[in-house]
Design a protein around this ligand. Structure first.
Ligand SMILES: NC(=O)c1ccc[n+]([C@@H]2O[C@H](COP(=O)([O-])OP(=O)(O)OC[C@H]3O[C@@H](n4cnc5c(N)ncnc54)[C@H](O)[C@@H]3O)[C@@H](O)[C@H]2O)c1
Length: 268
C-alpha cells in the first residue's frame, strides 16, 4: 500500500519521500513502484516518459529525517497497533506541524492519537488497493482531530484525484466492516467443501457481479493483512462474525500469504 500511495501522489505531480524500515525494504519499495508504473504504462494510463518524470520527484530512503518539511505524511505499515504507534511517533518527531495520516484499515484513530503529541493534526486516510486505480479514500477523524486537519485530508485526496468520504471512527470503518465477514464466510464455505475455490469465486463474480471473487480478493489483499484486520475488528467489537476462520489462521501460519509471495488460495 505504501508504494501504491506514493505512486498515486507522484502521478498527481507531488514530490514524494518513500521511507522503508531498512535499505533493503526501501529498495524493494522502489522495485514495487517501478513494477506499478510498468503496469500502468502497459494499460495505457501512463507513458514511458512519465516514469522518469515521476522518479525524478521521488526520494527513497530508510531515514525518517527525510520527511521533515512535508505537508502530508501517510503511515502504511503492517496492521499491528504497536508498530503503527512507534512509526507514527517517529513521524511526529521529524514532521512537526505536518498533517499525519494513517492508512489503517481497522484500528481506532482516537486510540492511535492518544499516543501522539499532536492529535489535532492526526487523521485516518484509508486508501483502497490498488491505490493508483481505486478512487475512494475513507477519511476518519479521531476525537481530537482538528477541522484544519480534516479539510487538508479532503484537499490532498482530491488533489490526488481521489474521492474522499467522511466515515465515523468505527472498527473496520465502512469497507472492512462489510468486506471481512464476506471473506470469512467464503473461507468457511471452502473449509466445508461447499464448492471449490474456483466455484466460490465464479458464483460471486457472475452471480453477485463482483469484479473479483472473495478468495482471489483475499489473496490480493494479503492473507496476513486480512488476518490482522479481522483480528483487530474482532478484538474491538467482540462480534463473532469477525472471528477469523481457522483455515485463514492456518494459511498464515504456513506462510501462504497470497499473491505477494506467489501462493495463497491460488498459486501465482
Ligand atoms: N492490502 C490491502 O489491500 C490494504 C488496503 C487498504 C489498507 N491497507 C492497510 O495498509 C497497511 C499496510 O498494508 P499492506 O497490505 O501494504 O501490508 P504489507 O504487509 O504488504 O506491507 C507492510 C509494510 O510495513 C512494513 N513494516 C512493518 N512494520 C514496520 C515498522 N515497525 N517500521 C517500518 N516498516 C514496517 C513492512 O516491512 C512492509 O513493507 C495496513 O495498515 C493495512 O491494513 C491494506
Amino acid at each position: 500500500m505504501g508504494t501504491g500511495i506514493a505512486q498515486a501522489f507522484l502521478q498527481s505531480g507531488f514530490d514524494v519521500v518513500l521511507v522503508g524500515r531498512s535499505e533493503e525494504s526501501a529498495k524493494k519499495g522502489l522495485d514495487l513502484m517501478n513494477a506499478g508504473i510498468s503496469k500502468a504504462i502497459a494499460k495505457g494510463s501512463l507513458k514511458e516518459s512519465d516514469r522518469n518524470n515521476m522518479l525524478s520527484r521521488l526520494k527513497v530512503t530508510n531515514k525518517y529525517d527525510a520527511i521533515s518539511g512535508s505537508a502530508l505524511v501517510i503511515e502504511a505499515v503492517s496492521e499491528i497497533l504497536e508498530s503503527k504507534i512507534s512509526v507514527l511517533r517517529e513521524c511526529e518527531k521529524y514532521a512537526k506541524g505536518s498533517l499525519i495520516a494513517t492508512n489503517t484499515s481497522s484500528i481506532s484513530i482516537t486510540l492511535l492519537a492518544n499516543s501522539l503529541a499532536n492529535p489535532e493534526m492526526f487523521i485516518g486516510m484509508h486508501f483502497f488497493n490498488p491505490v493508483p486505480v481505486m478512487k475512494p479514500v475513507e477519511i476518519i477523524t479521531g476525537e481530537k482531530t482538528s477541522q484544519k486537519a480534516t479539510e487538508l485530508a479532503f484537499k490532498f485526496s482530491e488533489m490526488c484525484d481521489k474521492t474522499p468520504i467522511k466515515v465515523k471512527d468505527y472498527p473496520g470503518f465502512v469497507a472492512n466492516s462489510i468486506l471481512m465477514p464476506m471473506l470469512n464466510e467464503a473461507i468457511l464455505l471452502l473449509e466445508k467443501n461447499v464448492a471449490t475455490k474456483e466455484g466460490i469465486d465464479a458464483i460471486v463474480k457472475l452471480g453477485l457481479r463482483h469484479p473479483m471473487g472473495p478468495l482471489e480478493l483475499a489473496d490480493f489483499i494479503g492473507l496476513d493483512v486480512c488476518l490482522d484486520i479481522t483480528n483487530s475488528i474482532y478484538k474491538a467489537t467482540k462480534d463473532e462474525k469477525y472471528k477469523p476462520e481457522r483455515l485463514l489462521v492456518e494459511m498464515v501460519e504456513q506462510k501462504k500469504l497470497g499473491k505477494k509471495i506467489g501462493e495463497g488460495f491460488y498459486k501465482y
